[in-house]
Design a protein around this ligand. Sequence first.
Ligand code: PGA
Length: 260
Amino acid sequence: MEVVIVKDAKAGGELIADGIAGLLRRKPDALLGVATGSTPLPIYDALTARVRAGSVDASRARIAQLDEYVGLPAGHPESYRSTVLRQVVEPLGLSADQFMGPDGSAEDVQAACEAYDKALAEAGGVDLQILGIGTDGHIGFNEPCSSLASRTRIKTLTEQTRVDNARFFDDIEQVPHHVITQGIGTILEARHLVLLATGEGKAEAVAQTVEGPVAALVPASALQLHPHATVVVDEAAASKLKLADYFRHTFANKPAWQGI
Ligand code: PGA
């Protein structure tokens, strides 16, 4: 696992956008797995700026959703489908047919989960998966004690996550209790995992993810099992890392051509 400590969220967004730009140069139709929440927005802003400036051609990129609320009416502005269309697909100038996600309004949720896992595999698998992290250590919506081998399935949100996400809704009662999320086993199949965490509220979860044992109690710790995982953190989110100085030294001395 590589840990990169950056000055702030904007610098994290720039670094990861550069990584995505490099991937798109090597593989123009790469499948990018995207996360929602506030944290990844600087990545999408930086990538959009590169596309608009003409330094990156994302026209053949494909976008895959990580998770989705269950039970929000189709087209609800806070569904993750609507959110990803608004924050990623439209700004990059892509069309809806370059985008895939699980169907959170399906009558048969289990079938929708299985169909999404299958669709990801048929699309050739995710090349680069962007991840955020919950204050409880979740990735996607894999809450603590999710199986590290889990596939895409329905999960029940912790009250902590519902409280954390209530800011996107008029009140907490509107935050769904259930979600579809790529499983941890599904996420680990992506070729490159890139987790961005910013702010002091994430410091404890980051420390457990990077320096704690691999444990279902901290779902993000599963990144330790992946051969190409990059954790990008700002100074505040890095504040509880024992090896912070080592991580800074390593990145400062890394050959520039290596990228993330
Ligand atoms: P946030 O959400 O980026 O809005 O903090 C992260 C997450 O829950 O994965």
